[in-house]
Design a protein around this ligand. Sequence first.
Ligand SMILES: *Cc1c(COP(=O)(O)O)cnc(C)c1O
Length: 408
Amino acid sequence: MKKNKFPLTGISSVAIHTSEDNAEFSHITPIYATSTFTFDNAQQGMERFAGEDKGNIYSRWGNPTFKAAEETIAALEGFNIKDENGNPLQLRAILHSSGQAAMATLFLSNVKAGETILTHYSLYGGTQEILQKVLADAGINIIIADLRDLNVLEDAIKKNNIKLIHLETPANPTIHCVDIEVITKIAKQHDIIVSVDNTFATPYLQQPFKYGVDFVFHSTTKFLNGHGTAIGGVLIGKDISLMKTKVWKWHALLGGNSNPFDAFLLINGMKTLELRMDKHCSNAMQVANFLQNHSAVANVNYTGLKNHPDFFVAAKQMKHPGALMSFELKGGIEAGKKFIDHLQMCVRAVSLGTVDTLLSHPASMSHFGIKREERLKFGITDGLIRLSVGIENIEDILNDFEQALTGL
Ligand SMILES: *Cc1c(COP(=O)(O)O)cnc(C)c1O
């Protein structure tokens, strides 16, 4: 990492200037497309394996392009946070091939058979499935509860031997938020590990390490990459020695390493994180206001609106309310399909966090295979539209919505 002469004051500077050092004076971080790395002699090979020589060995274990992305993400998540001794908080990030791979490392390196993970409703689908299918099959107990209610949290901790609490805030599709600070405080009284999925917020809007959490997780596929060009994930931890030993070991053995091209795309995407997030969020606020006042719309779930049940929690822990929202059309499933079909500029797709506005209709798409009663329990009603607001010019987003909502 380049040694800065003075402390940087903003996250754009951090995102742009953390990863600019390399042997050949290349301005932009090179794509180190190599599976392995050479040793000058047997002695150097031995020192590298012993960790005395910092050089690389094999790309499943680490690669200079991954490292540049990892150092940038660690710098962003730890930006302006102090540790218990008043020093800048040190973090370690490990880049993965996908969010799901980073999640596998997170859970498997911290929880073993017979132990329990506590989490909440409305998780990302892949998270819910890895917990309830993969980890449950591996003998790990999973409890899903409404952690917005602290009595429920205290009760779950009292009745079970909880090893790890996993939070995702804000969460799909109703944009529910949980209070990271309060939950972490309670968890720490019981020596429970806390991890946070910060994918929707990004470190620009929310820094969970401020509240003493142990791990932060991202699907870098979303806002960190920002342009929809690669799948990726990252796991960031504050126990550096644990990150270097067990967590790194599990990651390397499970084999969910990134690749140099995707890491390169991520490094360059992150340089505009602050600019993009500001625009995503200001557009989202205007879209939410427009939808809330539209006669075809029954209600809007957006934490920037005062009527959202988690408005105050979001305002407390997030710089802006984010770019994700959902809304309910009065005309139910037919109106939902028609609205989606009428869109001319905005894009019909799952995923989120790209520069373009993406919309999906869960009842006819991602949750089509799930029984109606089941999806209704998670707030996925017939006319619900999920929306990731992009950075297009706001007039065009609103014009597209206006014409697609006409005649529903
Ligand atoms: C996309 C996503 C994931 C999974 O990440 P992949 O990169 O698709 O493997 C996990 N959590 C959240 C909140 C997500 O949006």
